[in-house]
Design a protein around this ligand. Sequence first.
Ligand code: SF4
Ligand code: SF4
Ligand code: SF4
Length: 290
Amino acid sequence: MQELRELAKKLLAEGAVKVVVGYAEGRQGVRPIFAATPEDADKLIFDPRCVQNLATYLSPRRAHVAALGKLAVVVKGCDAMAAAGMIREAQRKRDDFVLIGVRCGGVLADPRASAAVTEATVAARCPGCEVREPKIVDHLLGPLPPAPPGASALDARIAELDAMTPEERFAFWTSELAKCVRCNACREICPMCFCVRCVCDKSQPQWIESSPHARGNLAWHMTRALHQAGRCVGCGECERACPVGIPLSLLNRKVARVVAERFDYVVSDDPEKPAPIGTYRLEDDQEFIR
Ligand code: SF4
Ligand code: SF4
Ligand code: SF4
């Protein structure tokens, strides 16, 4: 932690960045902090409660953040992939920001808890994680903690859904998506949702009904899931933000698996590796283009 605070102070003192975006203690657990002074930098922490994906503050649609000047952002491996995604998709340039990577042993499913990371408390996305030491970063801090314990609850749940009939799966998702109140929190928090004007906000013509309604809800979630294909970094922030507990991570991970099987592509923090959504290959095995 001291290493992080010292680095932040150095970057600020040298004028390398105007603000360091990291984590600090808040009234209801860990919260993001925009540190612009040495006093603020002394508040920086990193521990398993730091679930938030702070790369979302690099999104080009956050003009009010960009107006602060050059940022350094504290990133876990999954967060670093989002920063890489913005570079890959020509939204930001690599030297627009500084990335302070932290080696990660997993985070908690409930960030308000102050328990250790155990099989019972670990976030569903963490077991089996292969990006605990981000590569794209400018600085990499801390020793590598033990790997997150247990097996992925997401994979087990996806296996259950895969075993259902299409009708049963449709009934499951229809019932889940019926809860959606269309607050757009999932979109607002997502580092990879950076369209200045989202298709679901367009009213002339209106492609997707914007009020909570079974038909519009299904169209919204199918559109978003497909828009995230090969782009979602699996940070779980959309599900964490959802006020009604829709298991969006299941949808995202299932789509990621299909992309891996179909296109041999797994999202990484290598911005040079082109994503399939923007790549045409003659050897694509999609039946519909034959
Ligand atoms: S997915 Fe990986 S990098 Fe991200 S919080 Fe979990 S263990 Fe850390
Ligand atoms: S869709 Fe959800 S899990 Fe994927 S990058 Fe966005 S917030 Fe993270
Ligand atoms: S955060 Fe949840 S309720 Fe809000 S739009 Fe997204 S899925 Fe629907």
